[in-house]
Design a protein around this ligand. Structure first.
Ligand SMILES: Cc1ncc(COP(=O)(O)O)c(C=O)c1O
Length: 465
């Protein structure tokens, strides 16, 4: 689906009342959820006593309560209630070979048992993994390992400020770059600005700004207004992994604008690397950032995996050690540990050898096409599109709300609630997705599994008013 068509469809959905489930059907979905997941419900009650809110991560939210997982394999997740879900959550994106991919697990076990998971000094896997990453991301002349995407984005803006000697950082409204103090600014829904910025004194935001998605003129104006821009930070597919899709050419325009003005471009490849293209968003959309940020996907879901790479002169300001000059300070005791770097090295090798990106894209193309056929059959305005192995499933389009419109701006809660109900409807059909609105594919999602999933979406659509 082309950009213009996507924008038209989002506009139609946000300008009209949301489609809702028939009351009886919704009652059935929720009743079955309680009936089929009693152990998860109990687990949640227990968790709430020891963990604030009972869940640690937005991904784990499910309506009416979170599910407890027992195990995962291939493209499946089994819950503590022995319900087997077809998994399109894929741990939030990093799993593209499938869960428990045996050759990868074997290599990691070998390291844990024979080499040791963490040494505190350097190890060969650190260089092997960095070389492997650089092979696919030639813009990354040097690379540093970190432990989360949040950290890597945080360091990226610090490096840009030290290197350029400037302070302003601009993000694209609605984008997600982790939860560090400054980058929660204008997150999820474009225009929400300080909505999520509790616990951070306002002066922290003095040097962070955002522009509306895909608006190069607004960005140009901001460059004029704030002459000392250190960097512009992008999610290559558009905000929240392409839920607000990028306009073709926008990333390249940003690169040019940054370089005309002495600023750096930071490409956040946390979701795009390997999942969109082996060379990430920058290869897919053909632009050359100064700094690239990597997260969970480099370690294929193994913990403590993230990296930052870029031009050697830029990256030199984050060199470790106590040598002179102004440094962008960074640390992390467990960064670059052999376990993570082994996982990263072999995950990248296996993704390449198995053509995982192409296979996940094939599954995503088929899934998205099938969803659209079902929506059309049921005469629903809902729609789907995919960027590589990331499928968007737009029903209430909360990310597309125009906060300048007084009617739409009040609709965040109701449209979010509908996404919760959709999540429950998907679980009712034994499917788990990201927040009822995004499906990540992997090489284990065969045509047969995809076609069964499309059939289940057909069942869900039959329950809508
Ligand atoms: C584009 C993007 N950047 C950064 C992050 C933060 O990564 P982490 O959760 O590893 O801190 C995420 C997480 O989903 C992301 O999608």
């Amino acid at each position: 689906m082309q950009y213009e068509e996507i924008k038209e469809k989002i506009k139609f959905i946000v300008e009209n009342p949301i489609k809702e489930f028939k009351p009886d059907a919704l009652k059935g979905i929720i009743d079955r959820y309680y009936k089929n997941h009693p152990k998860s419900q109990k687990a949640f009650e227990r968790a709430r006593k020891i963990i604030p809110g009972g869940v640690e991560h937005n991904l784990a939210f499910n309506h009416p309560f979170p599910l407890e997982s027992k195990r995962v394999w291939d493209c499946y997740m089994e819950t503590v209630d022995d319900v087997i879900l077809t998994d399109f959550l894929m741990c939030g994106g990093p799993i593209i070979l499938g869960h428990q991919y045996k050759p990868l697990i074997e290599k990691v076990i070998e390291v844990i048992t024979e080499i040791g998971p963490a040494h505190g000094i350097t190890h060969e896997y650190e260089y092997l993994a960095a070389e492997q990453l650089q092979k696919h991301f030639p813009s990354c002349e040097t690379i540093r390992w970190l432990q989360s995407g949040t950290e890597a984005d945080m360091l990226a803006i610090r490096i840009a400020r030290v290197f350029t000697g400037r302070k302003h950082v601009i993000k694209i409204g609605g984008s997600y770059h982790g939860w560090s103090d400054q980058l929660v600014y204008d997150m999820h829904v474009p225009g929400t600005k300080l909505l999520e910025s509790h616990g951070m004194p306002k002066p922290i935001y003095k040097f962070i700004d955002s522009v509306p998605p895909n608006d190069i003129e607004a960005l140009r104006e901001m460059f004029k207004e704030k002459r000392k821009v250190a960097a512009v930070l992008v999610e290559p597919m558009g905000g929240e992994s392409g839920a607000n899709p990028v306009r073709p050419g926008f990333n390249k325009e940003i690169e040019e604008l940054c370089h005309e003005n002495g600023a750096l471009m930071i490409s956040d490849e946390v979701v795009c690397a390997f999942r969109l293209h082996m060379g990430g968003g920058q290869a897919y959309y053909d632009y050359k950032p100064d700094i690239s940020v990597f997260g969970k996907i480099v370690g294929h879901g193994f913990p403590s995996a993230a990296a930052i790479g870029g031009r050697a002169d830029v990256m030199s300001v984050c060199a470790a050690g106590v040598s002179g000059g102004k440094k962008a300070y960074s640390g992390g005791t467990l960064a670059a540990n052999p376990l993570t770097c082994t996982a990263a090295y072999y995950a990248m090798k296996f993704v390449e050898e198995t053509n995982a990106t192409e296979k996940a894209t094939h599954a995503a193309n088929r899934l998205s096409k099938g969803f659209n056929e079902v929506f059309e059959k049921h005469n629903l305005p809902w729609f789907s599109y995919n960027f590589g192995g990331t499928v968007h499933f737009h029903t209430s389009c909360v990310f597309g709300l125009d906060l300048g419109d007084p009617i739409q701006s009040g609709q965040i809660p109701v449209r979010k609630d509908f996404m919760g109900e959709m999540g429950a409807a998907l679980v009712d059909q034994e499917i788990i997705s990201v927040a009822g609105s995004r499906f990540y594919t992997c090489i284990q999602h065969t045509d047969e599994i995809v076609d069964k999933t499309i059939q289940k979406i057909d069942n869900i659509c039959a329950m809508v008013k």
